[in-house]
Design a protein around this ligand. Structure first.
Ligand SMILES: Cc1cc2nc3c(=O)[nH]c(=O)nc-3n(C[C@H](O)[C@H](O)[C@H](O)COP(=O)(O)OP(=O)(O)OC[C@H]3O[C@@H](n4cnc5c(N)ncnc54)[C@H](O)[C@@H]3O)c2cc1C
Ligand code: FES
Length: 336
């Protein structure tokens, strides 16, 4: 057993030999930031001030060799070799919300276009799930496989979980969801997970950037804001390849009709001049940069493909956004 001290907060916790730093912190009720939990997104990066860690496999773009040499670590895949003193951000708002493993039953399935399936999962009648709008769940599948999906409804809607699942060609889980998973199928999930959720104590205007099914957690956050009458200005940018990929577009349009603080800007990247689209074209992060020459006064929530999230962060920070005001979940693939 090794002990970890978080220098900036003074918290300590023990790590068993089988655990990563992040697993032990979550078990101890200490919330470090994280996304994918498999070394792909970089959200859990922090500094090891004293002591040594050994990393499981991770992706080079999540932690570069230069960062590793400078003492940085990915806490989701770092195992302590001795006692550690570390430096990392902590998230107080999820204090007391610990992930649990629960059975769920598929209650409702609706396909949008070729490759998006909306699922409603029913929780056991005796159970309620406490979560923050924007967090995610992981399905626990055969052979220890896990698959992550963001929660698309708001916490006030009790008793069910909504997911938006994009079909991955050859994907182990998503192909089953589309072809071979009838209503009433029982699955096991761990939830709630992640640190991508609405920071309610902040008063800044919000820019939301959602690519594809990255719309799921953003929908949960906006429905939470509407329910709780949070009136901060929201600029919702949705990126899609073609107009047919903008599933639930009518819902976004409706929000703008009764919530004057919400502006909706759909952006199409792969359309044709004759496709009838009257709105914005191009890359979704580019539309944000064109509309907001100075991003210093905003808070940004970005979710979708890792490439989109990375380029949004890089370019928004160059255009004035404070780095700590960029929150994201990158939809990385599960490890092979
Ligand atoms: C925090 C988080 C939240 C997420 N939320 C959502 C969500 O709300 N909705 C959603 O649709 N997805 C979401 N994802 C992504 C989703 O978890 C993955 O797409 C998942 O791997 C799909 O499972 P699968 O079994 O169908 O495919 P897998 O079996 O995982 O994928 C098939 C295999 O092919 C490879 N592969 C397939 N296509 C590609 C490609 N285009 N490029 C590179 N490699 C490829 C993968 O590496 C993998 O080995 C989320 C991911 C994370 C980390
Ligand atoms: S790299 Fe650690 S949570 Fe994604």
């Amino acid at each position: 057993m090794n002990r970890v001290l978080i220098e900036n907060s003074g918290h300590t916790f023990d790590v068993r030999p089988s655990q990563t730093v992040l697993e032990a912190a979550i078990e101890a009720g200490i919330n470090l930031p994280y996304g994918c939990r498999n070394g792909a997104c970089g959200a859990c990066k922090g500094k090891v001030l004293t002591g040594k860690v050994m990393h499981d496999d991770y992706q080079g773009n999540a932690l570069t060799d230069a960062e590793l040499a400078a003492g940085m670590a990915l806490f989701c895949c770092a195992r302590p070799l001795e006692d550690l003193v570390i430096e990392c951000r902590q998230i107080d708002m999820v204090q007391g919300i610990k992930p649990r493993i629960l059975p769920v039953r598929i209650q409702h399935k609706q396909q949008f276009g070729d490759d998006v399936m909306v699922l409603h999962l029913q929780l056991p009648a005796t159970e309620q799930l406490t979560f923050m709008a924007g967090q995610y769940i992981e399905f626990l599948l055969k052979d220890c496989r896990r698959r992550a999906f963001s929660i698309a409804n708001a916490p006030h809607e009790k008793g069910f979980i909504e997911l938006h699942i994009r079909k991955i060609a050859g994907g182990y889980f998503t192909e089953q969801v589309f072809n071979d998973m009838p209503l009433k199928t029982i699955l096991r999930m761990e939830a709630p997970l992640g640190s991508f959720f609405l920071r309610e104590q902040n008063q800044k205007p919000i820019i939301m950037v959602a690519g594809g099914t990255g719309f799921a957690p953003v929908k949960g956050m906006i429905e939470h804001m509407i329910f709780n009458q949070i009136q901060r200005p929201v600029y919702l940018y949705r990126g899609a390849r073609r107009t047919g990929d903008l599933y639930m577009d009518d819902l976004c349009q409706r929000w703008t009709q009764f919530m004057p603080n919400i502006q909706y800007i759909p952006v199409i990247s792969d359309g044709h001049d004759d496709d009838g689209w009257q709105g914005r074209r191009g890359l979704v992060h580019q539309a944000v940069l064109e509309d907001h020459a100075d991003l210093s006064g905003f808070e940004v929530y970005a979710c979708g493909a890792p490439g989109m999230v990375d380029i949004a962060k890089e370019t928004f920070v160059k255009q004035g956004l404070p780095e700590e005001e960029f929150y994201s979940d990158a939809f990385t693939f599960a490890p092979k």
